[in-house]
Design a protein around this ligand. Structure first.
Ligand code: COI
Length: 356
């Protein structure tokens, strides 16, 4: 399939690379294509960034049949632009698609679309340290129909946004609240899919956390309310003694690309990394014994995000001495060095965006 390209008549003023924040500016163009059962995915095009016109009955608006991804393009010190593990995101998107009854995409075709779009928008990739171009591929259900069933038609689109740090804290430790009153996902549900509803389900408890001065909610499993699953926008890791432990992928946890990168990097240093069930009580007991050395989250938006304290039932534990721990610091540096082209890409994670 050829991708038709319509260029914007006027280009936007790009924001300054400093003080970018997250997710408020969008580039000049976006990619989109549509699906129907007769033609499959068709009409791929790059068009000026702008609103969609849709019926108020459009299914995604009613039943949340939507999936998305988050990945980034980075500018290297030589001015080149590169992507980090983009195929992993599109492969995960197909896994989410299956769970949400959405037709799968051809990952190599959407890679071509992404490379064309990022190349066109390469001037939008910021160059200040810690900044990048956040990429949001999304699929939504587009049938104008309000009965409940899977849609027959869909739209895939990619929009892009120059970003700085996701959390206002930057790389400083964030505060996490653990609750047994609310859950994000349950066994047999869609927790492992990157679907809009999982994020909608997290909002109410997150508001409560914010009111109490906490940045994110750490979710427990939806059955026993005992085992840690993930944190608002990231996967979570604990350094217990000399070992790194992270909740195992159990069907209700998102299989993070950054999570997998953290596991791979730490193991390559010779560290023991274990994926297993982690009870919240075990963490508080380990803390009491002085064994909970570090806690940090991982995610595309959050990168590596140290956790400074955890509150569970009125009890608050402080992690370490309030500064960023050595393992989180090393992971952050090594990951960023690979993403920004400062370190050798031993794993083959980088895909360059070559200028046409
Ligand atoms: C990402 O890290 O890319 C995400 O999709 C999380 C989102 C809440 C910003």
């Amino acid at each position: 399939m050829d991708i038709s390209i319509t260029k914007a008549d006027t280009l936007k003023d790009r924001p300054s690379d400093t003080g970018l924040g997250f997710g408020t500016h969008f580039t000049d163009h976006m990619f989109m294509m549509d699906y129907n059962p007769e033609k499959g995915w068709h009409k791929p095009c790059i068009v000026p960034y702008g609103p969609f016109s849709m019926s108020p009955a459009t299914m995604v608006l009613h039943y949340g049949q939507a999936i998305f991804e988050g990945l980034k393009a980075y500018r290297t010190s030589t001015g080149d632009v590169q992507l980090f593990r983009p195929r992993d995101n599109f492969n995960r998107m197909n896994k989410s698609a299956e769970m949400l009854c959405i037709p799968e995409i051809d990952t190599e075709f959407v890679m071509k679309a992404l490379l064309t779009l990022v190349d066109m928008e390469r001037d939008w990739v910021p160059s200040e340290p810690g900044t990048s171009l956040y990429i949001r591929p999304t699929i939504i259900a587009t049938d104008p129909y309000i009965g409940l069933r899977a849609s027959h038609t869909y739209r895939f689109f990619i929009i892009m946004s120059p970003v700085g740090a996701y959390y206002p804290e930057g790389f400083n430790p964030v505060k996490i609240w653990v609750t047994r009153d609310y859950v994000r996902a349950v066994r047999g549900g869609v927790g492992r899919a990157k679907t809009a509803g999982n994020y909608a389900a997290s909002l109410y408890a997150t508001e409560i956390a914010h009111k109490d001065g906490y940045t994110q909610v750490m979710w427990l499993d939806g059955v026993e309310l005992k085992y840690v699953e993930e944190v608002g926008s990231m996967n979570i890791f604990f350094v217990l003694g000399d070992e790194i432990v992270t909740p195992q992928l159990n069907g209700s946890i998102l299989s993070g690309v950054t999570r997998d990168s953290v596991i791979t990097m730490a193991r390559s240093w010779g560290m023991k990394v274990t994926e297993r069930r982690v009870a919240i009580d075990e963490l508080f007991e380990a803390h009491a014994k002085g064994q909970l050395k570090e806690v940090f989250g991982s995610g595309t938006a959050a990168v590596i995000s140290p956790v400074g304290n955890i509150k569970f039932h009125e009890k608050v534990i402080d992690i370490g001495d309030g500064t960023v721990g050595p393992i989180a610091s090393r992971l952050f540096k090594e990951l960023m060095d690979i993403q920004y082209g400062k370190a050798e890409d031993k794993q083959g994670w980088i895909v360059p965006v070559n200028p046409t």
